[in-house]
Write a protein that binds this ligand. Structure first.
Ligand SMILES: Cc1cc2nc3c(=O)[nH]c(=O)nc-3n(C[C@H](O)[C@H](O)[C@H](O)COP(=O)(O)O)c2cc1C
Length: 374
């Protein structure tokens, strides 16, 4: 088991030569994680993702923006700065939401820009994911394939049929979309890890096909990061924490709410209400999303009809930053760890703080164990 874990960390270091461990990844967040955020995360030794999501119409501009940022301010820890050679990749990833992203333009952009990784999420069926995976590997062999899953069954199916390089295991505390019915990362991660190990033991997949496992959902600082390393993760993925970075493309009202909110288990909820109001309704039945509780949710829970709630939501849009908050109606997707997000910082500082925080916690635990033994 330890050998397989070390092999997956070695593979990550080889595939993304600029990273520092424990690895900190910035989740692709549609319309929020754009080139500036993704690149700052990578520059700090993490891996940043641009969130293309379901709509790839602005993705080319975003990738050109990333190339311009890289040529004006090169990344010293990364050899080639732009993908002008046939082997180099862009030192960031692109996240697609499979049910909405159009395959032909997406694959064309993957071929042209060669991101270091692509991230797939929420396909309506495994055949769709197999198609994206196979085609990506054919158009951009140096681009690695990541898939985010939220349960053991999906993890096993994806590993068996798609052989992703990285499996992002998303616990139910995660902000944004995920499975309606899910488990927290503390039980989900080791069960997925055991399932993958068993697949290798039984010869369902070759040892080299076992993906690196990364943990997502409810991790916002060094303690959470250290904990998931103990559960079998090779690194962490954070979305909510990066909402409170200066580089995230969010309105002030949204960011202020993320910093203000406390007690995430009480102040957030998993629901389909926000999707209904915003018209983002292509998600498979088994998905909903976690966000801060606001007036739209409370009114829906108390029986307000969809049309009236939508009308009030539209009116609220005109209020700008005042439309967010517990008494507002604008959607604030955020995870259960939102109470641990207490200030706005540059994304690079967040990466370093979480990485070094995890190291410190692991050292502290070592010391505590030694003291207990004495
Ligand atoms: C505002 C927001 C938007 C998100 N958008 C996406 C997305 O476009 N694609 C995706 O795969 N995951 C998306 N996610 C989920 C993340 O991939 C990840 O699972 C989650 O952020 C991890 O939990 P955390 O928020 O507690 O860090 C989003 C999360 C948030 C908070």
């Amino acid at each position: 088991m330890e050998e397989a874990f070390m092999a997956s960390v070695d593979r990550l270091k080889k595939d993304y030569p600029w990273i520092k461990t424990p690895l900190v990844v910035g989740a692709p967040m549609r319309l929020i994680a754009l080139a500036p955020l993704a690149l700052e995360i990578s520059r700090a030794g993490g891996i940043g993702f641009i969130g293309a999501g379901t709509d790839v119409s602005t993705l080319e501009d975003e990738l050109l923006h990333a190339q311009r940022l890289l040529s004006s301010n090169p990344m010293p820890s990364y050899g080639l700065q732009t993908n002008t050679s046939s082997t180099s990749t862009l030192p960031l990833g692109i996240g697609f939401i499979n049910w909405g992203a159009a395959t032909v333009p997406s694959l064309d952009l993957i071929r042209r820009f060669r991101p270091a990784a692509v991230w797939f999420f929420a396909p309506h069926d495994i055949e769709n994911l197999q198609y994206w995976t196979t085609e990506t590997r054919s158009v951009a062999p140096s681009t690695r394939v990541w898939v985010q899953v939220g349960c053991v069954t999906d993890a096993a199916e994806v590993v068996r049929h798609c052989h992703p390089d990285v499996l992002v295991v998303q616990g139910t505390d995660a902000g944004g979309h995920g499975l309606v019915q899910g488990a927290g990362i503390v039980s989900l991660m080791p069960e997925v890890s055991d399932a993958v190990e068993e697949m290798v033991r039984k010869g369902v997949i070759e040892e080299e096909q076992a993906p690196a496992l990364l943990a997502a959902g409810g991790i916002a600082e060094g303690r959470g990061a250290a904990a998931v390393l103990a559960l079998g993760a090779a690194g962490v993925v954070m979305g909510t924490r990066f909402l409170a970075s200066w580089e995230a493309n969010v309105a002030k009202g949204y960011r202020d709410e993320v910093v203000r909110a406390k007690d995430g288990g009480q102040s957030t909820v998993r629901t389909k209400v926000y999707d209904t109001l915003r018209g983002t309704t292509g998600w498979a039945e088994g998905y909903n999303a976690r966000g801060l509780i606001n007036k739209s949710f409370v009114d829906a829970a108390e029986g307000m009809g969809e049309e009236e709630n939508k009308r009030l939501y539209q009116e609220e849009l005109a209020k700008g930053n005042r439309g967010w908050g517990a008494d507002g109606r604008l959607t604030t997707y955020a995870g259960a760890a939102v109470g641990l997000v207490r200030e706005i910082k540059p994304a690079a500082e967040i990466v370093v703080e979480v990485r070094e925080g995890a190291r410190r916690v692991i050292e502290l635990v070592r010391r505590r164990v030694r003291e207990i033994e004495l």
